[in-house]
Write a protein that binds this ligand. Sequence first.
Ligand SMILES: [Mn+2]
Length: 311
Amino acid sequence: MFLKSEGYGAWNGVGTKANSPGDADVLILGIPFDGGAGGQRGAAFAPGRVRSMTGRLKSTSRRGDDLSSIRILDIGDVDVSTFDAMKTFDAIECSCSAVLDGTDSTLVSIGGDHSVTHPILKAVAKRGRTGVIWFDAHPDLLDTYHGFSFSHGSALRRAIETTEIRPTDCLLVGTRAYEQEEMPYIKRTGIHELPSDELLFDTGALERFRRGVEDISRRVDHLYVSVDVDVLDPSCAPGTGTPVAAGIPVSVLLKMIESLPISVRAFDIVEFAPSLDVSNITIASVLGIIGEIFANVHREGKTSVTKGGAL
Ligand SMILES: [Mn+2]
C-alpha cells in the first residue's frame, strides 16, 4: 500500500528477525525524501546507506549488554513522491498510522530531511498525548522557510500548530543556530530548551536533561524522540546538509538516549546525507545512535516514569 518495498534482509546478526510487526520489538521504516531541505540535499539516501552498513552493528550494546534477542523487522521504505512534498507527507502519515495501529513495538524511522517528522508526529499524536524530545542544532520553529510552510526549518512549529502536541511538552536539545523569530517563539510558548553550550560546559546538564524528560514523561502518554544528526558537532557528523559548529559529541548524545525512559513510542534519525559524509564518520555516529536505541528498547528492569506524578 504505502510502502514501496519490503525490508532488504539487512540487520542480520544484530538481533532476531521478527516475523510480523506484532512480533517485533523494533520496526525499522525508511523515508527516502529530502525535498523539504533548504541546504544541501542527500538525506533521501540515508535508508539505503544505513541498511548497507548494518553489518557493522554489534549484538551487544556499548556497555556489553546482550542484544541478540531483540526482535527487529525492517518494513521497507515509504513510497515517496520526489516532486510532490505534500503527497509524500500524506504517505508518511498514512504509513506510520498503519504501522502504529498494528503494533506496540517501537518505530524507528531512518532517513529524510527533518520535514518528514511532522507527518510522523501527526500519526503519533493521534494515539495519545505526546511529549517530544528534539535533538537538533536548529529549533525548526520558522513559520515559513523560502515561502514554504512544511520545510525542515518549520517541522517542530507545524507539529505544535497542527496537532495536539503542547509546546510545554517539548524539549529542544543541543540547539545553537537560531533565526530571529525563533527565540521569542520559544520564550512565548514555553518550549523547554537545553542548548548545546550548556551540554558542553555545565557539569549538571545531563542531570537537567534527565529531569526535564522525566517531567514531560509524567504529563504525557508517550514520548517521541527526533534525532537530527546536525545536533552533533561536525567532527562527529560531517555528512549533513546544514552542519553547525560547536555541537555535542556523539558520546553525550548516546548518554542522553541511554537515560530515556521506556515510554518512547517512536524515534527518527534525520538529516544524514551519505554523499556528504567523510571517511564514514557520520555513518559511524548513526550506527552508534541505532545501537543505543536498540539497547534502550531492550533494557529490562528499566525505570518507567509513572504518568500523573507531581512536577
Ligand atoms: Mn532539524
